[in-house]
Write a protein that binds this ligand. Structure first.
Ligand code: KIV
Length: 267
């Protein structure tokens, strides 16, 4: 359990002292309370919920109302972790005004404490406006799943020299625009380490090696709950889908043959 409330300032101090930042996704009360009890600094209400909760093949169908709903569920169990909510596809691209309205809704209606948005230097004006409106923003570069239709899939980014230096430029521009932390997704470990050393703000890696200032994973992936596909960067720490399947099958058998409910479960 964390001793005190996590803020952007605390995360910055952690980078400065070399303490790694732990982040995981959560979409409901049970997952948020697990993360709080285990002492994760960041609870990310990711738009990955479009895939692992809603069953879509991408994050694109997720709406701002979906995000508000799940962020509210998470907030009810949150204690000292910092709740970061993803801004879904097209909720911050149409205008700066729309971005402020949608980020504001995640804070005011969802009880998020910060928002995350995807994209490089193009996003700097949006980020500056949100930050000056009092909304902490986490950036996200490298593999940006909301760009899947342009990219044509989920691939490692920043592999060649040109795209690697573009990512470095993006990182520096986003820092300048005011992000308090930056997710680096699916980029070579050496590049992520170089970016992390250049930036004064913390980097949070996912598929970006161990040179980042912190790590994030999708909870359903690391618990072995989501079995449709498993990216190379995921380590599974449990096999909860298989365990739950065994339990459900045993319950089915016991109901069928009359072993449940027994005396202990009867009045
Ligand atoms: O939506 C999400 O869960 C994310 C993480 C994978 C970084 O953006």
């Amino acid at each position: 359990m964390l001793k005190s409330k996590i803020t952007p300032r605390k995360l910055l101090q952690m980078k400065q002292s070399g303490e790694k930042i732990v982040a995981l996704t959560a979409y409901d009360v049970v997952s948020a309370s697990l993360l709080n009890e285990a002492g994760c600094e960041i609870v990310l209400v990711g738009d990955s919920l479009g895939m692992v909760i809603q069953g879509h093949s991408t994050t694109l169908p997720v709406t701002i109302d979906d995000m508000i709903y799940h962020t509210r569920c998470v907030a009810r169990a949150n204690i000292n972790s910092m709740i970061v909510a993803d801004m879904p596809f097209l909720t911050y691209h149409t205008s700066i005004q729309d971005a402020v309205t949608n980020a504001g809704a995640l804070i005011q209606k969802g009880s998020a404490e910060a928002v995350k948005l995807e994209g490089g230097a193009d996003m700097a004006p949006v980020i500056s406006r949100l930050v000056s409106a009092g909304i902490p923003v986490m950036g996200h570069i490298g593999l940006t799943p909301q760009d899947v239709l342009n990219v044509g899939g989920f691939f490692v980014q920043g592999v060649d020299k040109e795209s690697a230096s573009e990512l470095m430029e993006d990182a520096l521009t986003l820092q300048e625009a005011g992000v308090f932390a930056l997710v680096l997704e699916c980029i070579p470990a050496q590049l992520a380490e170089k970016i992390s050393r250049q930036l004064t703000i913390p980097t949070i890696g996912i598929g970006a090696g161990c040179g980042c200032d912190g790590q994030v994973l999708v909870l359903h992936d690391m618990l072995g709950l989501f079995k449709r596909f498993k990216p190379k960067f995921v380590k599974t720490y449990a096999s909860l889908y298989d365990d739950a399947l065994k339990a459900v099958a045993q319950y089915r058998d016991e109901v069928k043959d009359g072993r449940f409910p027994a005396g202990d479960q009867s009045y």
